[in-house]
Design a protein around this ligand. Structure first.
Ligand SMILES: [Zn+2]
Length: 135
């Protein structure tokens, strides 16, 4: 779809160094402005403005990928908890935010009020996560 930042990414892979996972259904990349190290976006490859139009098969596949990537974030980065959020108001293309919480971080909704930073060392963080994902 024209003018959709995630459709553009799926088509161009312009931030491939930040990619942590890809299969037939989804791509996962590190967020440019993470709330915490390893903040990852799991993006459905096909354009749907929200989950209501996604096929049950793709929704289930996406759920499996979210769970696997969340497990990899814990294993790779030592996160205590992984928040999974889908707000979908800014970019109307189905995606989930996986936001790690580390020891000492604010818990609950307070974690989402943390200042977002500029992604640094994205390639190294992505490599750590990829190493914890089964092929
Ligand atoms: Zn799109």
């Amino acid at each position: 779809m024209a003018d959709c930042v995630f459709c553009d990414f799926v088509a161009t892979r312009r931030r491939h160094s930040q990619m942590v996972y890809e299969d037939d259904c989804v791509l996962a990349i590190l967020d440019d402005n993470p709330l915490a190290e390893g903040h990852t976006l799991v993006i459905l490859k096909s354009h749907h403005p929200d989950l209501t139009t996604v096929s049950p098969t793709d929704a289930a596949e996406m759920g499996r990928s979210v769970a696997r990537i969340g497990g990899a974030l814990k294993a790779a980065l030592g996160a205590e908890f992984i928040y999974i959020a889908s707000i979908g108001e800014q970019v109307r293309h189905v995606h989930f935010h996986l936001v790690p919480r580390y020891k000492g971080d604010a818990a609950g909704f307070g974690h989402f009020l943390s200042a977002r930073t500029k992604l640094q060392n994205g390639q190294a963080i992505a490599a750590k996560i990829k190493a914890c994902l089964p092929i």
